[in-house]
Design a protein around this ligand. Structure first.
Ligand SMILES: Nc1ncnc2c1ncn2[C@@H]1O[C@H](COP(=O)(O)OP(=O)(O)OP(=O)(O)O)[C@@H](O)[C@H]1O
Length: 244
């Protein structure tokens, strides 16, 4: 999917979010979007998923019915339990029947890891409103990964999730890409997340444009040439993570 000449500000907000931005989401790859708070990552996802309309040029557009969009902070009735959440997400996709919705669905995702099996059994009964924010995100994203679509938009899927559980989420995303050949577009502030993917394309959003678009082999080298303090901080963090 390619976007060209994207210029956008929200109605009644004069801040120019995108200024003649161009973006190519590489098909069949993990596309990672990074940028500072307020640069427009969520807005870009809203545009890709057609929630926000613009007059930008869009080619090879993925139909909305083929997109799974994990939105941050979806309002869910706080009294429904994990089982009902699974029924809501999976049955409303049209790809599952009520009788299919059991904790066994998670076995291919989590294997026999006893901590994860226990956690699923616990969350199955627990009310959504009483789950911790990290637990909510973990179970919700694992459920999304069970749905078959062609393009997956993940908006900070590991935010607030402990490292072990975050890696389980990233493993599912990697499997969607590697085994099922799905296209992934993921925004993250946890730069160490990229280490989980074997092949990826980094898109850096700054000042209304994609200022760097490189693959896993070249992005660090190119980012080091950048004068953007944000990008320098990302690289330093990544190097620190690797040496620790
Ligand atoms: N509905 C809205 N109306 C007006 N301005 C908005 C609206 N939604 C977002 N904005 C503004 O647009 C800018 C981009 O917001 P967006 O949420 O896309 O950023 P982001 O890069 O996803 O940020 P973060 O990293 O904090 O999640 C922000 O400055 C925000 O204040």
């Amino acid at each position: 999917m390619k976007i060209r000449h994207l210029t956008y500000n929200y109605p009644k907000n004069h801040k120019l979010i995108f200024d003649n931005l161009s973006l190519s989401i590489v098909p069949g790859k993990v596309n990672v979007l990074i940028g500072m708070n307020g640069e427009g990552k969520t807005t870009l996802f809203d545009i890709v998923s057609d929630l926000v309309k613009t007059d930008a040029e869009m080619n090879d557009r993925v139909p909305i019915k083929d997109i799974l969009y994990q939105i941050q902070g979806v309002p869910i009735l706080s009294t429904i339990n994990g089982k009902s959440l699974a029924e809501l997400i999976l049955c409303s996709s049209g790809q599952y029947h009520l009788k299919d919705i059991t904790p066994k669905l998670f076995e291919p995702l989590l294997g026999n890891d006893p901590d994860s099996v226990r956690k699923i059994a616990y969350l199955w009964r627990m009310q959504y409103g009483k789950m911790s924010p990290g637990e909510r995100r973990w179970i919700t994203i694992l459920l999304y990964c069970l749905i078959n679509k062609s393009l997956y938009l993940f908006d900070e899927p590991t935010a607030g999730v402990d490292r072990y559980s975050a890696n389980q989420i990233l493993r599912q995303i990697q499997m969607l890409n590697k085994r099922k050949k799905k296209t992934i577009f993921i925004a993250t502030h946890q730069i160490e997340d990229v280490a989980y993917f074997s092949h990826f394309q980094i898109h850096v959003l700054a000042h209304g444009q994609i200022v760097l678009c490189e693959d896993q082999d070249n992005w660090i080298k190119e980012a080091k040439k950048s004068k953007l303090p944000f990008l320098k901080a990302c690289i330093n963090d990544l190097i620190r993570c690797r040496t620790e």
